[in-house]
Design a protein around this ligand. Structure first.
Ligand SMILES: Nc1nc2c(ncn2[C@@H]2O[C@H](COP(=O)(O)OP(=O)(O)O)[C@@H](O)[C@H]2O)c(=O)[nH]1
Ligand SMILES: *[C@@H]1O[C@H](CO)[C@@H](O)[C@H](O)[C@H]1NC(C)=O
Ligand SMILES: *[C@@H]1O[C@H](CO)[C@@H](O)[C@H](O)[C@H]1NC(C)=O
Ligand SMILES: *[C@@H]1O[C@H](CO)[C@@H](O)[C@H](O)[C@H]1NC(C)=O
Length: 437
C-alpha cells in the first residue's frame, strides 16, 4: 500500500501547478484522505469481504440483459471439493444464462466423499452463500431461483448430457443451442439436465465470465464471522510474537503468510498420477520443498506468522510445524487454538473458512494445480485489477501470491497472477503450470 500511496501523491503534484487546479486537488486530497483512512483502519484488511463489496463497484451487470424469470434450469447435485463445487456451480449458471433461464438453486455437498452418493450430504446453496446478495450482485447477468417459484405442475424436459470421446465441445454446444431455439423444448418451464455433474461438462465460457460470477458468491455471515475470528487470532499471535522479538511501531495490522500446503494423502495420489499423465514434474511438492521455497521469498518482514491451510486429519506425517527457517513461525489450526471453530463444521464449511483466511492473507503461497489455490489467486488478482494494478509480477506490491510448485527467482516460489483474459478456466486454474508471471 505504501508504494501505491506514493504514486497517487505524485499524480496529485502534477495538478498543483495551476491555480485553477488547486480546488481540484483539494477534492483529490479529500478523496485520497478517505481512501487512505479506509485502508489503514484495522477493520479494512481484516474484513476483506467488505472491502470487495463496499469500496469498489461490485455490480457485474454489463447491459440491460434480462434473464427470464418464468423459465428454469435444474442441474444435478454439485459435488467434490469446495472449489470444484464453485466452478461447477458457475458453469451451471453460465449454461442457464445461455438458455436465458433462471437457475434453480442447486444442492451443494457438505462432505468430500467421491463415490458413495448416499454419503454426499446435500446442503442447500444458501446455507453457504447469500442468496439475495447473489442475485443482487449478479443482476443482469445470471439469476438464481427457488423451487417454490415453479408454477407449472407438468414435468420438466429432461436433457441428457452426452459423454464419451464422441461427445465433443461442438456437439455439446449444439445441444444447448437446440434447447434455446427449438420451441418444443424451450416451452417447458423447466429443463432438467441429467447425468454428469457440471464440473465434468464441456466448458464454453471465458475466464472473465467465471470471474464475474465468483464475485457474486458472498459467504453467509455465520461462516464469514468464523473466518474473521481465525484471522484475528492469527494477527493476534503475530502481534505478540513480533513485539517480543522486534519493536514495531504503529503497525496496526500484523501481516501473515498463508500457505496452502497441499500434501494430504488424497492429493499425493492424485498429483503423482497427474505428473505421469501430463509428463510435468512440477505438480507435487514435498513438505521440504515448500518450506525451502517459502523461506526464499524476498522482502518478508520477519518474524512473520505462517498459517498452514491444511486438512490436518488427512495428513500422513503430523510434523508440518517442524523444519521452518528462522523467522517463519508456523501455525496450524490446533497450535493456533482455533480447532474448536472448525470442528463444529463439515468439510465444505471448514474449507470455506480456510479459503477466506488465505484470501485475506498479506502473502499467499499455493499450488498452481489445486482448484483451492487457483481460485484464491484469481480473486486476489481481481482485487489488484480493481485497485488499478494490472501487472504486479515483478513489482513490490501488496498482496502478492506465489506458486510453490514452480521455482521462481533466487530459490523462491514463482510469482503468480491469474491471466484474466484467458479463454479457458481449466488452463489457468487447475490444469496448468502457466501462471502468467
Ligand atoms: N485448506 C483446507 N483444505 C481442506 C480442508 N478440509 C479438507 N481440505 C482439502 O480440500 C481438498 C478439496 O478441495 P478443493 O477445493 O477441491 O481443492 P483442491 O483439491 O486442492 O483443488 C480436499 O481434498 C482436502 O484435502 C480444510 O479445512 N482446509
Ligand atoms: C457499476 O458498474 C455498472 C456496470 O459497469 C454501471 O452500470 C453502474 O453505473 C456502476 N455503478 C456505480 C455506482 O459506479
Ligand atoms: C431473454 O428473454 C427475454 C424474454 O423473452 C427477452 O426479453 C430477452 O431479450 C432475452 N435475453 C436474451 C439475452 O436473449
Ligand atoms: C524489495 O524491497 C526493495 C526495497 O523496498 C525494493 O526496491 C524491491 O523492488 C523489492 N523486491 C521485490 C522483488 O519486491
Amino acid at each position: 500500500m505504501a508504494s501505491m500511496r506514493g504514486k497517487r501523491f505524485q499524480f496529485l503534484g502534477f495538478y498543483k501547478n495551476t491555480i485553477a487546479c488547486r480546488c481540484l486537488s483539494l477534492v483529490f486530497v479529500v478523496l485520497l484522505f478517505s481512501a487512505a483512512f479506509l485502508s489503514s483502519t484495522p477493520g479494512f484488511s481484516s474484513l476483506q469481504a467488505n472491502h470487495f463489496d463496499g469500496i469498489y463497484n461490485s455490480s457485474v451487470s454489463n447491459s440491460a440483459f434480462v434473464v427470464r424469470k418464468d423459465k428454469f434450469l435444474e442441474v444435478p447435485q454439485i459435488v467434490w471439493g469446495l472449489n470444484n463445487q464453485k466452478i461447477a456451480f458457475v458453469r451451471a449458471c453460465l449454461t442457464a444464462r445461455m438458455l436465458n433461464r433462471t437457475l434453480l438453486m442447486p444442492s451443494l455437498s457438505a462432505s468430500l466423499f467421491y463415490k458413495e452418493i448416499e454419503l454426499l450430504e446435500p446442503i442447500a446453496f444458501d446455507k453457504i452463500f447469500q442468496f439475495e446478495q447473489f442475485n443482487s450482485i449478479c443482476n443482469g447477468f445470471v439469476r438464481l431461483g427457488q423451487f417454490s417459484d415453479l408454477s407449472n405442475p407438468t414435468g420438466p424436459f429432461e436433457l441428457l448430457k452426452g459423454s464419451g470421446r464422441k461427445w465433443t465441445v461442438e456437439r455439446d454446444l449444439d445441444q444447448l443451442k437446440q434447447c434455446r431455439e427449438d420451441p418444443a423444448i424451450d416451452d417447458f418451464e423447466v429443463i432438467r439436465i441429467v447425468g454428469k455433474n457440471p464440473f465434468l461438462w464441456h466448458d464454453h465460457w471465458p475466464v472473465k465470465d467465471y470471474a464475474k460470477i465468483f464475485k457474486c458468491l458472498v459467504l453467509v455471515d455465520e461462516i464469514a464471522n468464523e473466518a474473521t475470528k481465525v484471522v484475528s487470532k492469527i494477527r493476534e499471535v503475530g502481534g505478540n510474537l513480533r513485539t517480543d522479538a522486534v519493536q514495531i511501531n504503529n503497525a496496526p495490522l500484523t501481516p501473515y503468510i498463508a500457505v496452502h500446503m497441499r500434501i494430504e494423502k488424497d492429493w499425493m495420489i492424485h498429483c503423482k498420477k497427474l505428473e505421469q499423465r501430463s509428463k510435468i514434474n512440477q505438480i507435487c511438492s514435498s513438505k521440504e520443498e515448500i518450506m525451502e521455497r517459502v523461506a526464499h521469498i524476498v522482502n518478508l518482514s520477519k518474524p512473520i506468522v505462517i498459517y498452514l491451510a491444511i486438512a490436518d486429519s488427512l495428513l500422513e506425517d503430523a510434523s508440518v510445524l517442524n523444519g521452518w527457517k528462522e523467522g517463519l513461525l508456523p501455525f496450524e489450526k490446533k497450535k493456533l487454538g482455533v480447532w474448536d471453530i472448525y470442528k463444529k463444521h463439515p468439510y465444505l464449511i471448514q474449507s470455506a473458512i480456510d479459503y477466506e483466511v488465505c484470501l485475506r492473507a498479506d502473502v499467499f503461497v499455493g499450488n498452481s494445480f489445486s482448484t483451492f489455490s487457483s481460485l484464491i489467486v484469481l480473486e486476489r488478482t481481481q482485487k489488484l485489477i480493481e485497485m488499478g494494478i494490472t501487472r504486479s509480477c515483478g513489482l513490490d506490491v501488496r498482496w502478492p501470491s506465489y506458486a510453490y510448485n514452480i521455482l521462481g527467482d533466487l530459490g523462491g516460489p514463482q510469482r503468480w497472477m491469474t491471466a484474466m483474459s484467458d479463454s479457458s478456466l481449466h488452463a489457468i486454474s487447475y490444469g496448468s503450470n502457466n501462471i502468467s508471471c
